[in-house]
Design a protein around this ligand. Sequence first.
Ligand code: CLF
Ligand code: SF4
Length: 479
Amino acid sequence: MTTPPIANGKGCGCTQQQVADAIAARDARIQARIAKHPCYSEEAHHHYARMHVAVAPACNIQCNYCNRKYDCANESRPGVVSELLTPEEAARKVLVIAGKIPQLTVVGIAGPGDPLANPKQTFETFARIADQAPDIKLCLSTNGLNLPDYVEKIKQLNIDHVTITINAIDPDIGARIYPWIRWQRKRISGKEGVKILLERQQEGLQALQEADILCKVNSVMIPGINDEHLVEVNHMIREKGAFLHNIMPLISAPEHGTYFGLTGQRGPTPAELKALQDRCAGNMRMMRHCRQCRADAVGLLGEDRSQEFTKEKFMAMPVTYDPEKRRLEQTRIELRQRELAEEKEKVQVRLAHPTPKVLMAVASKGGGLVNQHFGHAKEFLIYEVDGAHVSFVGHRKVAHYCQSGYGEEATLDNIIRTIGDCRAVLCSKIGTCPQEKLRQAGIEPFEDYDVIEVVARRCYTRLLATHPEVTAALVSHGS
Ligand code: CLF
Ligand code: SF4
């Protein structure tokens, strides 16, 4: 059923209170649909896992950031190849992993090609999973070309989350990203093909909205091509009812063999990406925790357990899927989430005057906690902190500092470069040597083990108290 529009309270016969209640009820319904989806809910991604099954090899368009030897770069880290599965193998893999990882709540199909260019394999896989593991949410990612033809089927199978990758709404800009599409058994090059693709993407988005299916839009940010234009894309998708916008950085390297990799097209810097996300954030919900995962990804978004479940390994594992055990584990997580929410609420303060903003890098193994040794972190979560708020704004991957127990200078230098705009690094433990080097680079190491927001607040208070020059420098930079 389509979610009914909420009247504005003027002349519709509703009181302000009734309108407010209707909005609250609608928000609560949406919250319930996303609460355990690690991509649609930033909060959920600390606790719940997803997996992808690679059942869709073919693709019907060409993107300049893809060379088709690797997984679909619209929903995957470029340069990665997944092991192709049949629908039957995919369903078995889901049952095995759902038994081993009870916090696994979502199964997505995101490649290695386009799921809707392989409708038979995609829908057979979803039907098998829905039948054998009905407590798992189904999720689909597509370039959108075939989407309008399958919205009814998607609804029928109760696939409640669909991602469309939309990189442009202007065909001239689109033609710099897509050289051709395959449409009605013909290859159509240049602007003519791009026009069809962009129209079909928007038609599909509209149809999803009408069918009340939650839609996320992915956009690949390509500096000099569509970076400015993505603000217009953001406006369009909001108008057409997209729930979430995920602007991802182009990752291009010559060794990937893609057109952009070979022609030297660069990706955005973290600061450019954040600036664009901030510009669009006033307009709608932005996703900032995407890890551009692979078509056979398994686990929490920040971890990759796919190698534990290669075809050879999962085919030999017993199926231990037990819905009751999973329900109990997920109830335990929900209780923990409620406790965390209370802790976080305590550290959000209302202040009359603006205070300086600082970025902090957090080492976390998940659970919403600062709970990882600095030397073991393969990525840092980035939080923006001021006197009133602690907000998640992104993540940065690094090579971890402790390789076989020894810290490596070159790696530490890289880490310092990667988080060089942060004023502090929050971790459960850190050795004296990296502490010194971080301090020399103006990054304060802060050891603690607690809820991220709570530690960030403690660190902020300490920074301002012990580093008055930090406040002065930030204020003079106009933060
Ligand atoms: Fe997979 Fe995509 Fe569904 Fe998530 S991923 S199909 S919505 S279950 Fe998530 Fe991975 Fe980013 Fe995709 S982190 S690449 S947004
Ligand atoms: Fe590659 Fe995906 Fe683009 Fe197809 S839609 S060309 S698989 S990135």
